[in-house]
Design a binder for this molecule. Structure first.
Ligand code: GTP
Ligand code: MG
Length: 485
């Protein structure tokens, strides 16, 4: 079968002008964000050799794509092929001769046409924002002469004028079996799937292989939703049961400045641990969706990630007050700190000292401060001489679990939105998004609320977990189906 193809494996070569976005198209279609393997750049001529990209499932190669260097001298190559046809209409035989005889003068054209002479199908990538010049017409002619199954992909790198795009479509329609749009920077699961279905339409051999790839892709998508839901549930459980504590000594108790410092240290430790949990969860999500370049970017100071210290987060995300009440939360008690001291003789002092520090719960809602945590004095039994410790738990705002859930749903959608062919360093989108939990059906809200409450109390309700998991998978699936922002 030659250099690039194997018998019984359908192969498609992605061809087009230098810089048309061939490599980006493959990166997005095959979810490869490895910058070493697939080099994508604004420098024309980035890809210089044919690169085979096998699609394997369960260790079986089902399909193969070939990245190729771009056309550099299409008009001259077209003339050369016409010369080889000696006045007749060129066809596959002339293309084969061109590949054999003209390597020195047309190194790029020969490299990109070689897999086609061996039997690969054609995926021709064009930017419909470029004027349809003679050089493009030459490429279209050459590809037609190969006689291979041909799909043309419009990959808009800007906003093409509708007039121009129509001209491209008309022209491509005369020489290609199918013309489709595939934006290498925006395409998501559905578009990737449609592209494979288009290949299924134009390729008459090995259809079973392509069908297998499509169904493997579907199965993989549902596995990933479950993986994502599992990572999130794990995160919610750990976040809602998170507690940090510090021993209290007699000498600290009566001195407000010392108590204040203890409390501030605890608060810092609590939010650091919460951010670590958030980071772990996002890493698991990115891994599930095969992103390596995209980073969680948890930096509350830089307003990326979940920023609990801005009022905006609490205004936009989580349930509305009415929904919270309907889900079974007493919202009225949110403002006061829970100061619940166990045993110990000096609780009055501790209480007074903490009271002085945590008095300003409302200030947080004006923005710029972290939310009030639940603080509690706990007994350490005989470990400490005076048997007291100070413990910090989750923020008191009843919307806390819902804000966590919203922030994860939104970032999950942001990860699904990110095409693997993009190489810019933008963080996962999250800031400008609407709440998703507010659109939950009431039954789902009350189910989650019950489970959240059990976690907040420190004993997650295992009996409810399967149902919570199923509802979370459903919510993630609905989020995946929403259109691009
Ligand atoms: N906005 C936008 N930019 C794109 C898109 N596809 C590719 N680009 C950009 O166009 C440039 C070229 O993309 P590549 O994928 O390297 O193009 P190529 O056709 O493989 O180029 P060569 O290998 O040099 O022939 C890169 O800067 C890409 O980020 C797209 O769909 N939208
Ligand atoms: Mg390339």
């Amino acid at each position: 079968m030659g250099t690039w193809l194997s018998a019984d494996i359908p192969a498609f070569a992605v061809v087009g002008r230098v810089n048309a976005g061939k490599t980006a198209t493959l990166a997005t279609l095959l979810e490869i964000d490895d910058d070493e393997l697939l080099r994508i750049s604004a420098t024309p001529g980035e890809t210089t050799e044919v690169l085979p990209l096998p699609v394997r499932y369960d260790d079986e190669e089902l399909m193969r794509f070939l990245d190729t260097p771009g056309f550099q001298q299409p008009i001259e190559a077209m003339k050369e092929i016409q010369r080889l046809a000696a006045g007749g209409v060129p066809g596959p035989a002339e293309i084969a001769r061109f590949v054999k005889e003209c390597r020195e003068r047309f190194p790029d054209e020969v490299r990109l046409l070689e897999p086609l002479t061996e039997g690969a199908g054609v995926i021709y990538v064009v930017d419909p924002g470029k004027p349809l010049r003679d050089s493009f017409l030459a490429e279209i002619e050459i590809l037609r002469w190969t006689g291979r199954p041909r799909l043309a992909l419009l990959n808009p790198q800007g906003e093409p004028a509708p007039e121009q795009e129509r001209e491209w479509r008309e022209r491509l329609g005369t020489a290609f079996n199918l013309v489709r749009t595939f934006d290498a920077h925006e395409a998501r699961y559905d578009e990737r799937r449609r592209l494979l279905e288009a290949l299924l339409q134009i390729e008459e051999h090995h259809r079973e292989h392509i069908k297998k790839v499509i169904s493997a892709m579907e199965n993989e998508m549902s596995d990933r939703l479950e993986e994502a839901a599992e990572a999130m549930l794990d995160f919610f459980e750990k976040a809602l049961t998170l507690r940090v504590s510090e021993p209290l000594e007699t000498r600290d108790r009566g001195i407000p400045a010392r108590m204040e410092k203890k409390r501030a240290d605890l608060e810092a430790r609590y939010f650091k641990k919460l951010a670590d949990l958030e980071n772990d969860c996002l890493k698991r999500l990115l891994k599930a969706y095969r992103h390596h370049l995209l980073k969680p970017e948890i930096d509350p100071a830089g307003h990326s990630g979940l920023n609990l210290a801005v009022a905006e987060t609490w205004r936009k995300w989580g349930l509305s007050r009415g929904q919270l009440t309907a889900a079974g939360v007493a919202t009225g008690g949110a403002a006061g700190a829970v100061i619940d001291f166990g045993v110990g003789g000096h609780s009055f002092f501790v209480g007074a000292a903490i009271g002085a520090v945590v008095g300003g719960a409302a200030a947080f809602f004006k923005g710029g401060a972290l939310p009030e945590l639940r603080f509690k004095g706990v007994s350490l039994g005989k470990v400490q001489s005076d048997g007291q410790a100070l413990e910090a738990g989750p923020p008191q705002n009843p919307n806390f679990p819902w804000v966590l859930l919203d922030s994860m749903l939104i970032r999950h959608a942001g990860i699904l939105d990110r095409a693997h062919g993009r190489r810019d360093k933008a963080p996962i989108e999250s800031g400008e998004q609407e709440s998703r939990v507010r659109a939950f059906p009431a039954a789902r809200r009350s189910l989650f609320q019950k489970w959240f409450t059990s976690c907040l109390k420190g004993s997650p309700d295992r009996g409810k977990e399967p149902e919570v998991f199923a509802e979370l998978v459903a919510a993630l699936d609905e989020g995946a189906a929403l259109p691009n922002e």
